[in-house]
Design a protein around this ligand. Structure first.
Ligand code: HEM
Length: 511
């Protein structure tokens, strides 16, 4: 470039250059202001944001709960982030969690509905995504009475044992082979729930190719879509109607496929319940109860799909995380076996015997602490502006509680990364929503209604698997090297599937 060209170019581009420099500096000042100046809005502190996208680039990927936990280390137990236009507040300490789920529970218990779930004809019937309105109350009460009360759990124990026997029979035939344990546990839990809801199995353990007429695949796809972290429509409401990443269309397609699997069952039962010979004593499934209460097909479909999504994947994921820890710590597995030899003296395990397995329960609590299946709980929403820990949470903010981060906080737990069930042995600490350092099911009015059912299934499956078989990893590598990374979604799953090899134990002598 000769001198004349340089001068001309320089003269022409200087104003442009100066203008862009000023804009750039202003943007940097705006985004980093909270770090250097007093935050006038009094929002919880948080990392600097980029224009337009805010902090989105920092949470994209498979492990947003891990990135968010690292922000909490720098900015404190209550932080604010911005995902596009959406303000997001995250609690990462028991005190902050209590502020959200107890002190301000009445104002912070609504939901931010993911775009995938905004299906006009279904959303009004949702239990999981409704605000705390009358529909939500009615559905929760119905589920509580028919599915999760002590009486219903007792009534369903025959079905639970039947599905468990099917699983054990299936496994006996596979001894010595390497299996993906997640698949068979998922089918067992799914069939337990489908027997309670429809009075029949919908999946088949012996379906070697795992096709199951596509039902299982559709449910998994639906789960992936609902757990997508990049929910463009809620980050940028003006984009919502364009459905740019196809999440809404994809979800609708899977919903339609799933509904078609049970449409015939619903129609056949509706005809029976509406017939003159029907009396309410004949109801033997949850579906019968819904039909007796005049539920429409849309209401039934939405509720049942949510129960399958919320109930089967979380519980499966927890069985798998606990088994992963147990194969890594064979001495812990042996201690559970010893406990069971002492406490269980019959062929079938009963609820009463399970209640005596304190060490197994401590192992489950320890697994919940390290690998909570819903690491951030489901997204809550502020219906009014309120204060938590002296910070403002504006109306319509999305609110998360990072249960995963709390489980690994060295301020709360001694050696937080070690699997040490003994820490719970002489402790009254439980996961039922009263101790905010361990809340894998949440707490307050949005707390998981399925806790009793999830925990009973978890205890029954683990106790049966451990009592009947010896489990190990198929390769001779150090078990402690097993990859324990989790992938975020509606349920936190293992990145690498858990493949195990097993053989039947010598039968115990029962009294
Ligand atoms: C290990 C098992 C389970 C875990 C860890 C778990 C965890 C959770 C969590 C963290 C929430 C959200 C709480 C919040 O947003 O504050 C939730 C909600 C829910 N869970 Fe569970 N869950 C499990 C099993 C089940 C089962 C077995 C069912 C039913 C069959 C179920 C049904 C539901 C429903 C319907 C909701 C939404 C409640 C509402 O929004 O009001 N869950 N669960």
């Amino acid at each position: 470039m000769d001198l004349t060209t340089f001068v001309i170019d320089y003269n022409l581009s200087f104003p442009l250059f100066a203008l862009s420099t000023i804009i750039f500096i202003l943007l940097i000042v705006k985004q980093t202001k909270p770090l250097f100046f007093k935050n006038k809005e009094n929002l919880p502190p948080g990392p600097p944001r980029l224009p337009i996208i805010g902090n989105l680039h920092q949470i994209a990927g498979d492990r947003p709960h891990v990135s968010i936990a690292s922000f909490a280390k720098n900015y404190g137990p209550l932080i604010s982030l911005r995902f596009g236009k959406q303000l997001v507040v995250v609690a990462s300490s028991p005190e902050a969690a209590m502020g959200i789920l107890k002190t301000q529970d009445h104002l912070l218990s609504s939901r931010v509905v993911p775009v995938s779930m905004k299906q006009a004809h279904l959303l009004p019937h949702s239990l999981m995504w409704s605000e705390c309105n009358q529909t939500w109350k009615t559905l929760r009460t119905l589920c509580q009475t028919e599915l999760f009360s002590g009486k219903s759990l007792e009534a369903h124990s025959i079905l639970r044992n039947e599905k468990l026997s099917q699983l054990l029979d299936f496994l006996r035939k596979k001894q010595g082979q390497v299996i993906n344990i997640e698949d068979v546990v998922f089918i067992t839990l799914f069939n337990t729930l489908s027997s309670i809801i429809f009075g029949k199995d919908l999946l088949d353990l012996n379906d070697e190719h795992g096709t199951h007429n596509g039902l299982k695949e559709s449910l998994h796809k639906l789960l992936e879509l609902s757990g997508s972290t990049i929910d463009l429509g809620s980050f940028y409401p003006m984009l919502e109607r364009f459905d740019l990443n196809g999440i809404r269309r994809g979800t609708m397609k899977q919903f339609d496929k799933i509904f078609s699997y049970w449409e015939d069952i619903i129609e056949e039962r509706r005809a029976r319940v509406n017939s003159s010979s029907w009396s309410s004593g004949q109801a033997h499934s949850f579906l019968d109860r819904l039909l007796e209460n005049n539920f429409s097909n849309n209401q039934i479909n939405q509720l049942i799909t949510e129960l399958f999504i919320a109930g089967t994947n979380t519980t499966t994921s927890m069985v798998i995380w606990t088994m992963s820890e147990l194969v890594r710590h064979q001495q812990v597995m042996s201690k559970i076996e010893q406990e069971m030899k002492k406490e269980i003296n019959s062929h079938e395990i009963t609820n009463f015997q399970l209640s005596k397995l304190n060490y197994l329960q401590a192992c489950i609590k320890e697994a919940f602490r390290l690998q909570p299946p819903v690491p951030l709980l489901l997204p809550h929403m502020a219906v009014e502006t309120c204060e938590v820990m002296n910070y403002k949470i504006p109306k319509n903010s999305k609110v998360f509680v990072n249960v995963w981060a709390m489980g690994r906080d060295s301020k709360i737990w001694d050696e937080p990364l070690s699997f040490k069930p003994e820490r719970f042995m002489d402790s009254r600490l439980d996961f039922k929503g009263q101790n905010f350092e361990l809340i894998p099911f949440g707490s307050g009015r949005r707390m998981c209604p399925g806790l009793p059912s999830g925990v009973v299934s978890l205890e029954f499956i683990l106790a049966s698997l451990i009592r009947e078989f010896d489990w190990a990893l198929p390769d001779s590598d150090d078990p402690l090297k097993l990859d324990m990374n989790g992938k975020f979604g509606m349920a936190l799953k293992r990145v690498m599937p858990l493949k195990l090899i097993f053989k039947q134990k010598q039968a115990y002598q029962y009294a």
